[in-house]
Design a protein around this ligand. Sequence first.
Ligand SMILES: C=C(O[C@@H]1C=C(C(=O)O)C=C[C@H]1O)C(=O)O
Length: 364
Amino acid sequence: MNASLDIQPLSSWINTDGKPLVIAGPCSAETEEQVLETAAQIKEEGFAHVLRAGVWKPRTRPGSFEGMGEAALPWLQAAKKETGLPLAIEVANPQHVELALKYGVDILWIGARTTVNPFNVQELADALKGVDVPVLVKNPVNPDLQLWIGALERLNQAGVKKLGAIHRGFSNAQETKFRNSPMWQIAIELKTLFPQLPVIGDPSHMAGKRAYLFEVAQRALDLNYEGLIIESHRDPDKAWSDASQQLTPAALGEMLHELHVRRKEYGSEYQTQLEIIRSKLDNLDRELLETLAARMSLVEKIAEYKRDNNVAAYQVDRFREVLNTRQDWGKSLNLFPTLVDELFKLVHMESIRKQTEVMNQVSA
Ligand SMILES: C=C(O[C@@H]1C=C(C(=O)O)C=C[C@H]1O)C(=O)O
């Protein structure tokens, strides 16, 4: 894909002293007192670079707390004044942008439910023309990398260069351990396409539960994300929204302390060791591909037989046997079952594609 983004590095718009950016604060601004007290506790813990709070809350169903709206903005302004922390809030339409800027909000983010809609994103991009404010774009609710990139491009084309992405995970059709499936591969692809784009992990919305925050946050750091945005409330169980995923500032401070921040690059002392292992990996990968190619040649032979005898390409019993035996072999080799399962489903798809191609060849 041909794409590029003209981006200013994160360090050009916020100083984190070389540490991952931490954006923390309540899911929602509820009352002036709650905002000020939470902000003061976050400041005291000393881990945060930016204070967040939801002002307009997009809720799946009507009837739940939808945010205090403009009334909350002076509270945030006061919290900024007291703590010195810059502010970040979500905006979903041009009016939100106007109000956020009016009340001195420093960083805007676009929510997952807005990123899905190119009309909304374009309206926001138009409203941000000529405005020098950093904007973070959450992934769309559905696992569509192109939509995520499209939103970043719309903002970038409107002149927003202080741009970043927030990985908050993707909606699940079925119940899973996580509130939103991380689908790390999508964020990895984004980072691979745009290495200069800061990606910030949102463990709160991926985990959905306090108990899983740490593992998600650590994974984000293992993948070299530039920062974390995490919800924190002075009294999480009484929060008006997202009670089960928020932490007190003290608990969040403890959690962040436990996380391992990985180095971006390895030092020259490891260079030779890594090169030796990487060249072994290169050889093994080549062998893997040679093995796959040999397998495909056999599949072609079977396809010719099936064509000549008018037999269907897909053979359910054999495929089940393939999946089961490979799963057993994988287990004895200590391979992750999902890897083996997905690998052989993929190989099988290609096998069927190749066979139908051979079987439907019009003979000359
Ligand atoms: C190769 C065959 O055709 C299909 C492909 C399979 C495979 O690639 O392992 C298994 C079962 C069939 O659905 C076969 O029938 O053995």
